[in-house]
Design a binder for this molecule. Structure first.
Ligand SMILES: [Zn+2]
Length: 251
């Protein structure tokens, strides 16, 4: 179910079992935009059913926050206009050529092109990995893309940040709401950490032990400092106040 945050904004909470992310919906008088595509056609099917059941608009635009599979692999299943930042799109086109048999997936972990956590979650979300389909966007942008949805303006901003250098955030000034994607999270691809699917209870502790790149956090917060928002929604956690987000980076 999509939860209402303001009259113009909703979000569909994450489903951790197969790492499905939070999905945001920004509605205007003319158009609506979904922020995050979901991680599979099955995920998208459920999102479409919920939108329809709740009488919410089918999105005219679907924008992804960054290239990681859980945010982008559902993109092909939307017949909406697809939007991504340039770096995200370049990576999606590269990943669209990846193979998904066990040996190819294991090789990518060995080469550090992918990580154990994502590999395990992909196997869980896709009992049939032949169904994996990755597509690029219809609209690709650098810097900032501003979309007037009719009475609601949505700004997609290439924020970078500590998680992934292609990260894009979705800012809705009139509602003082900011969708972060995973931009505020740690770098799960670049920093070493362990994931064991037999011990999922250790997942949060393992993530907590990964250090932030302080320089990247500073650059990132310098961008967020310029935005007037009261609440933000990150990729997999609940709604945070501005203060809670800033406090989460520690000293
Ligand atoms: Zn991510």
């Amino acid at each position: 179910m999509f939860n209402k945050i303001t009259n113009r904004i909703y979000y569909r909470p994450a489903e951790p079992y197969t790492d499905r992310p939070n999905v945001g919906l920004v509605t205007g008088e003319k158009y609506s935009l979904l922020f995050e595509a979901g991680n599979s056609a099955e995920n998208v099917k459920k999102l479409k059913a919920e939108l329809s059941e709740q009488g919410l608009p089918y999105p005219d635009f679907v924008a992804v926050s960054h290239w990681h599979w859980d945010h982008s692999f559902g993109l092909h299943a939307w017949d909406s206009v697809k939007i991504a930042g340039r770096k995200t799109n370049e990576k999606l086109l590269e990943v669209s050529r990846w193979k998904w048999d066990d040996a190819s997936m294991a090789k990518r972990i060995e080469n550090k092109d992918d990580i154990v956590f994502c590999s395990e979650m992909i196997k869980r979300e896709y009992p049939d990995r032949n169904k994996i389909c990755i597509v690029g966007a219809d609209i690709v942008f650098d810097g900032i893309l501003s979309i007037d949805l009719g009475g609601t303006v949505c700004e997609l901003i290439h924020s970078k940040g500590p998680h992934s250098e292609d990260s894009v955030i979705c800012y809705v000034p009139s509602e003082k709401v900011l969708f972060l994607g995973d931009s505020n999270c740690k770098d799960l691809y670049g920093k070493p950490w362990d994931f064991d699917i037999e011990h999922e209870e250790e997942f949060l502790d393992n993530i907590a032990a990964i250090p932030y790149d302080k320089e990247l956090v500073e650059e990132y917060l310098a961008i967020l400092d310029t935005l007037d928002f009261d609440y933000c929604i990150s990729g997999h956690a609940g709604v945070l106040s501005r203060k809670e987000l800033y406090d989460s980076f520690g000293e």
